[in-house]
Each structure stands twice: as structure tokens, then as C-alpha cells.
Design a protein around this ligand. Structure first.
Ligand SMILES: Nc1ncnc2c1ncn2[C@@H]1O[C@H](COP(=O)(O)OP(=O)(O)O)[C@@H](O)[C@H]1O
Ligand SMILES: O=C(CO)[C@@H](O)[C@H](O)COP(=O)(O)O
Length: 431
């Protein structure tokens, strides 16, 4: 690459697809079912790759590209994840995909850490060559590209370590320990767990751990996280987070038995859509007052996370903590509900941007791994987590009444899928 050109000028003609779908895409259901059929069913797919086939994962997205535009696919030299593509920019060459982000593709066997030939063949021909070889997340890929040395003055001795995804990086940034759970309240809501023994299920994901060779990372991702909170905040609190917090303070834990589930777009886990409100008698109702709506949204979101985390192998231990991160983790009233629902204290870091911090830790770990350093050694001088909310025993008692409706919702999600969104009090997104 010429040092006189900027990245976007030098690279403008190198992409075979100009508009790549993002993680919220759910257009590949047909490809998912056919991938699962190829390996012997959804549970077999989960046992091999950590997840049943998911629409946003790379395997089904590649299969769709090959089906809809085979010339584009066949003319593509390399398929990268966003993470390995970003590493390629620093390396000046194709960077390998790391095991941890590679676990979100439905293509990598999380047990033996190799591509699954049946999955590759079921997506598109010649895929192994286009993907390269997956590597441990701490791998030193090589030295920084001469372009960056020349243009920005990097030292030519600077090493490039494999890049990983936002979720594994966030797990590293939060310095998650066994028994802890990280709840990231970013655009999406995600829950990460430290798993000793992978038990991939039909809901949620198991990823190879980015920092520990023996461990795995459980992941549950919700599309209707901050985006749903923003819509309810706009409608019930004039778009003010202060007003939103005031409503949480003015209502009681358990919401006097009222609860709601707010899936403005098709949710990932559980795969439901629509807005579902239940009153204290477990009857479906069409509206709540603004204050009740706000508490029912937050309690419903966190109860759902707890139930799905438990299904994926999370169990409370005496030392368990929630480590909260992401944009909404600056809201103390939201964190209080989180502590009450999970019955554990909630800790935060000074920064809500744990993915960036974790990427820096990962790079340091990659450099020092060869010298025998462990990840805890690498982060031993980091500032301690800050206690941000303690569970209130009275609140925990009150919240128990809410478990029935959420279990009902999980059981009846097929019915939920059929419910129209328009009639439930909210305008469509963007209006
Ligand atoms: N005080 C607040 N209370 C609740 N949510 C908030 C608050 N401040 C910011 N947010 C939410 O944080 C989200 C952004 O989180 P962030 O972690 O930066 O996003 P991303 O996951 O895209 O990196 C916004 O969508 C916003 O709704
Ligand atoms: O798809 C997932 C996890 O698999 C999401 O976590 C995305 O990685 C995007 O997260 P945000 O930063 O937009 O919240």
C-alpha cells in the first residue's frame, strides 16, 4: 500500500461486497435450517460449534451470499470477520481469525478448535481456503505494516496480536473470574459467563474463552436492550434518563405483580416479538401507567437474562458478582434492579468501554504469554472494580412473584411471535 494514500483511498476497490449485514440481521432463517440439517440437527450444531444456527452468524450469512450472488462469492479471495479485518489493516496482510470471535460463526468446532468441514461445505464451495486457519486469541500475527510505520511513525518492531470480537474483548476488559457474570448494557444487552465445561444448548452461545485455554465463555445476546429502553424512555419519560430513573425510584421492586416483555424487533434469546404485559393476576393487559411500564421493562429484561443464564450453566456462588458495563451501566437505578433480580452485588469499572480496555489487555497478554505470564498476572495492577449496587433482601422477596409470567412467555413464544407490534402502544422505530 502506498504511504501517500489514506486507508479508505487505498482500499476502496478491494471489497467484493460493499454493504455487509450487521449483527441485527435476521434474514437467513432458511440458510440456518439447512446448515442444521447438514450436521444432523440444531442440538448437534450447538454441540459442535457452541450455538444452534443463528441468522446473524457468519456461516448462514456466507451461505446466503453464495445463494443470492454466487459470482461475488466465487470472486472473493478472503472472508474476514470485522475483528480479523481490522487486524489485517495493521498487519498489512490477511490476519487469521481468533478462536474466540471465530466461535460466533457456526463454522468452528469449539471442542477441537478446527473448522467443521460439513459446515463449510454446507455454506459454500472452497470456503476453508477463504477463511484461513483459526488461531488462539493471544497469537502474535507478525510485525506492523510498513505503511503504518511510514505514515504514522509506528515502531517497525511493533507486534500485531490477533484481534477478537467485542464480547470476548469485553470479558477480558471486565477481568471476569469464575463465578462472576458480566452484563453489558450497550446497544445490545449481552450477558457473559465463565464456563468450565461447555454445555451448548438451543438458546444462547458457548464461545472459546479468549484468555484461558481450558475455559469457555457463555454468551446471551438481546437485540432489544438499550434500543428498547430508549423507546420506552422516549414514550414514558420524555426521553430523559433522569425522569426514567425517577420512575424506578417511585415504584416498588416486583412492580406489585405487573411485568412486561418488550421485543420491538425479533429477539435473539428468546426468539419472540411483540410487547407482552401481565398484571398481578397473570392476565395479559394492553397498557400500564408510565411508571409501571418503566419498571416492568427493566425487571422483565433482567429476569429474562437470569433465567437464560441459568439455563446455560450459571449458578450463584457465595462469591458471585455481576460486573456491569456498557452505556446504561452509568445508571445507578438500573443497576439496583440488576442487583435485586440476580441477588448479587453489582460492580462497575471507571470506564463503561470495557471492550476497548479488554482489547488492550489482550494485546499485552499476547506479548507476555511467550514469557509465561498468565492473564491474571497481566491485569494484576488494574484498578479494583467499584461496588455500585447491593441486592436489597426485601426487593429480592418481592421479585419472586414475577417468575411465573416470564416462564409462561418462554413456553408460549410461538404464540408471541404472532402478536402484531403495531397495536401495542408504540409507534414503529424511527417514527
Ligand atoms: N443514563 C443512562 N441510562 C440508561 N441508558 C443510557 C444512559 N446513558 C446512555 N445510555 C444508553 O447507552 C447506550 C450506548 O451504550 P454503548 O455501550 O456506548 O453502545 P455500544 O454497545 O454500541 O458500544 C445508548 O443506546 C443509550 O441508550
Ligand atoms: O451480536 C452480538 C453478539 O453476538 C452483539 O453483541 C454485537 O457484537 C453488537 O453489540 P453492540 O456493541 O452493538 O451492543
Amino acid at each position: 500500500m502506498k504511504g501517500s494514500l489514506l486507508f479508505h483511498q487505498a482500499l476502496q476497490d478491494c471489497f467484493s461486497v460493499l454493504d455487509s449485514p450487521v449483527w441485527m440481521d435476521s434474514s437467513t432463517t432458511a440458510e440456518c435450517r439447512s446448515l442444521e440439517a447438514a450436521v444432523g440437527g440444531a442440538q448437534k450444531m450447538a454441540s459442535l460449534t457452541g450455538s444452534r444456527a443463528y441468522e446473524r452468524f457468519t456461516g448462514s450469512q456466507i451461505a446466503k451470499l453464495y445463494r443470492t450472488n454466487p459470482e461475488r462469492y466465487l470472486g472473493t479471495e478472503r472472508v474476514s470477520l470485522i475483528s480479523s479485518f481490522a487486524a489485517s489493516l495493521f498487519l498489512g496482510d490477511y490476519a487469521e481469525i481468533d478462536f474466540s470471535d471465530g466461535s460466533g460463526m457456526n463454522l468452528l468446532d469449539i471442542n477441537i478448535r478446527e473448522w467443521v468441514p460439513t459446515c463449510l461445505d454446507a455454506c459454500a464451495p472452497g470456503l476453508a481456503k477463504k477463511l484461513g486457519n483459526p488461531v488462539p486469541s493471544h497469537t502474535i500475527l507478525g510485525n506492523i505494516s510498513p505503511y503504518l510505520v511510514e505514515r504514522y511513525g509506528f515502531s517497525p518492531n511493533c507486534h500485531v496480536i490477533a484481534f477478537t470480537g467485542d464480547n470476548p474483548a469485553s470479558l477480558a476488559g471486565m477481568r471476569l473470574e469464575e463465578g462472576d457474570i458480566t452484563v453489558s448494557l450497550g446497544t445490545s444487552d449481552t450477558v457473559f459467563l465463565w464456563l468450565k465445561k461447555p454445555q451448548p444448548a438451543l438458546e444462547g452461545h458457548v464461545f472459546i474463552h479468549p484468555m484461558s485455554w481450558q475455559a469457555y465463555m457463555g454468551l446471551i445476546c438481546s437485540k432489544n436492550g438499550s434500543l428498547a429502553r430508549e423507546r420506552v424512555c422516549a414514550d414514558c419519560a420524555d426521553g430523559s434518563w433522569e425522569q426514567f430513573s425517577k420512575s424506578l425510584k417511585e415504584t416498588v421492586p416486583g412492580n406489585k405483580g405487573n411485568i412486561g416483555f418488550y421485543y420491538f424487533s425479533v429477539e435473539i434469546t428468546p426468539p419472540a416479538i411483540g410487547i407482552h404485559r401481565f398484571n398481578a393476576q397473570d392476565e395479559k393487559v394492553s397498557e400500564f401507567s408510565s411508571n409501571v411500564e418503566i419498571r416492568s421493562l427493566i425487571e422483565g429484561q433482567f429476569l429474562s437474562k437470569r433465567i437464560h443464564a441459568e439455563k446455560l450453566g450459571y449458578c450463584l456462588m457465595p462469591q458471585s458478582r455481576i460486573l456491569a458495563t456498557g452505556g446504561a451501566s452509568c445508571n445507578a437505578d438500573i443497576l439496583q434492579v440488576l442487583a435485586d433480580v440476580f441477588e448479587v452485588p453489582v460492580y462497575t469499572l471507571e470506564t463503561t468501554n470495557s471492550a476497548c480496555l479488554g482489547a488492550a489487555y489482550q494485546a499485552k497478554f499476547g506479548l507476555l504469554f511467550a514469557e509465561g505470564m498468565s492473564f491474571p498476572d497481566v491485569v494484576s495492577t488494574a484498578a479494583p472494580h467499584k461496588l455500585s449496587a447491593r441486592p436489597n433482601p426485601a426487593a429480592v422477596q418481592l421479585l419472586c412473584v414475577l417468575e411465573t409470567p416470564i416462564l409462561q412467555l418462554t413456553a408460549h413464544r410461538t404464540q408471541c411471535k404472532l402478536l402484531p407490534q403495531e397495536s401495542q402502544g408504540y409507534p414503529p422505530a424511527g417514527r
